[in-house]
Design a protein around this ligand. Structure first.
Ligand code: GLC
Length: 415
């Protein structure tokens, strides 16, 4: 079954062939632009063989930063008709054509890792990036917190877990009857059974239309956007990024006013996501205050954010022992679990890596190692797919995928 005889070389070749000059596309065809959190992961992969190129990836991402600090989820560097919705649908006017939402902020965390790998090569680069990364953090603190200090996603694409069951209730409340005609492109590249449904897609597009009508004015969208869900992905990654920014500022003697207070607020926000009845870090609708009732792979990012939880650790041990290719994006015992449909069950290698980072840093090296070895087996057997069936391991979605290759080079494939 092991067709991948030289995965190191294969992984490097994937990064090189997805390189479009300064930025890396996630995969040919399905995702032809620069995606925000994919780029931060890609940079970690490049750092294993070309550290200058790693810095360029993050620098290019910040060339798309808006004057208010926002860093878009997609940068449309070059028009490509194979993707919908493109720049004409989003109607944004940042320095580079872009979407109008963000993605979980990984850049500061990955930049710190790349800097620590080679502090001489990285010092000037990280100094230059620091104010931009700080401005993005401040933008998130200004526009995305709920009443508890947890960080909200304002579009399912913003949290990067597009069709996660976390959003089902909030999505059901959106009226998309007037969304109009549009043509999806994703299902012409990959199997439609592996992709979000039309019900979801109508609402993704409706939310883009609402944002555009508001001119992406965040103050207006606070009331006009019907979708606002506090979520573990946004909250844990923002808290982690704030800790990394503070550490960078202390080591380089840079001004980071307010970061300490932000971290304290985000810690309160993160603990507010603990759903006691379910015994898990859950998502919560900021409009209705209702829990999602979701056990997702983002729930396990608590350690990545520097938050300890015995209960999550017990749960993780059970998942490692019972699911052949963990960590499933949705708990296999939940009624909505779907082994192939995107964020409703499949395993994502880059999420495993982030969970693994957190585990190792918080003293759970053995669990981190178990997860790494299982991820290694998954990729070396089934290849560099976008995501995988957690029960059978079979690959799904796009292939020759950038972040899966980067995860191999930086983490899974390193013994
Ligand atoms: C999908 C994923 C998202 C990712 C993007 C590009 O939309 O859900 O997390 O950033 O593809 O890979």
């Amino acid at each position: 079954m092991n067709q991948h005889t030289n995965p190191d070389r294969e992984a490097r070749n994937i990064l090189i062939s997805n390189d479009r000059g300064g930025y890396t596309i996630p995969t040919e065809g399905l995702y032809p632009y620069q995606w925000n959190w994919d780029s931060a992961i890609a940079a970690l992969g490049f750092a294993q063989f070309d550290i200058d190129r790693a810095w360029i990836e993050i620098e290019t991402l910040f060339t798309g930063q808006w004057t208010d600090g926002m860093v878009p989820h997609i940068l449309f560097h070059q028009q490509d008709d194979g993707y919908f919705p493109g720049p004409d649908v989003w109607g944004c006017d940042g320095p580079i054509p872009s979407s109008g939402i963000i993605q979980p902020p990984l850049a500061a965390t990955m930049a710190r890792k790349i800097w620590e790998q080679d502090t001489d090569a990285g010092e000037a680069r990280i100094r230059e990036l620091f104010p931009q990364m700080l401005a993005w953090h401040q933008w998130i603190m200004k526009w995305r917190l709920d009443d508890h200090g947890a960080v909200c996603t304002t579009h399912p694409w913003e949290a990067g877990r597009d069709n996660a069951p976390d959003w089902d209730k909030a999505m059901a409340r959106i009226d998309a009857s007037d969304v109009g005609e549009y043509q999806r492109r994703d299902t012409s590249h990959v199997n439609s059974e592996d992709r979000p449904t039309k019900f979801d897609y109508d609402r993704y597009i409706k939310l883009v239309q609402i944002g555009r009508q508001a001119g992406w004015d965040q103050q207006a969208l606070l009331t006009q956007n019907p979708f606002r869900v506090a979520d573990p992905t946004m909250t844990f990654t923002t808290l982690r990024a704030a800790r990394d920014l503070l550490a960078i500022s202390e080591q380089l003697g840079l001004d980071a006013e307010g970061l300490g207070a932000d971290i304290a607020d985000l810690e309160v926000g993160a603990s507010s996501l603990w759903n006691e009845d379910l015994g898990v870090f859950d998502s919560r609708d900021a409009r209705t205050k209702e829990w999602s009732g979701s056990i997702s792979n983002a729930s396990y990012l608590c350690w990545y954010a520097g938050i300890e939880s015995e209960k999550m650790l017990d749960r993780l041990k059970a998942v490692l022992a019972s699911v052949p290719f963990p960590v499933p994006s949705y708990d296999t015992s939940m009624p909505n679990f779907d082994a192939r449909r995107y964020w409703r069950g499949p395993t994502w290698a880059f999420m495993n890596m982030m969970i693994g980072f957190g585990l190792a840093e918080m003293g759970h090296e053995q669990r981190a190692e178990e997860l790494r070895v299982k991820t290694k087996e998954l990729i070396s057997t089934y290849g560099f797919a976008e995501y995988f069936d957690p029960i059978s391991g079979s690959p799904a979605g796009g292939n020759a995928f950038t972040w899966t290759a980067a995860v191999w080079l930086h983490w899974a494939g390193r013994d």
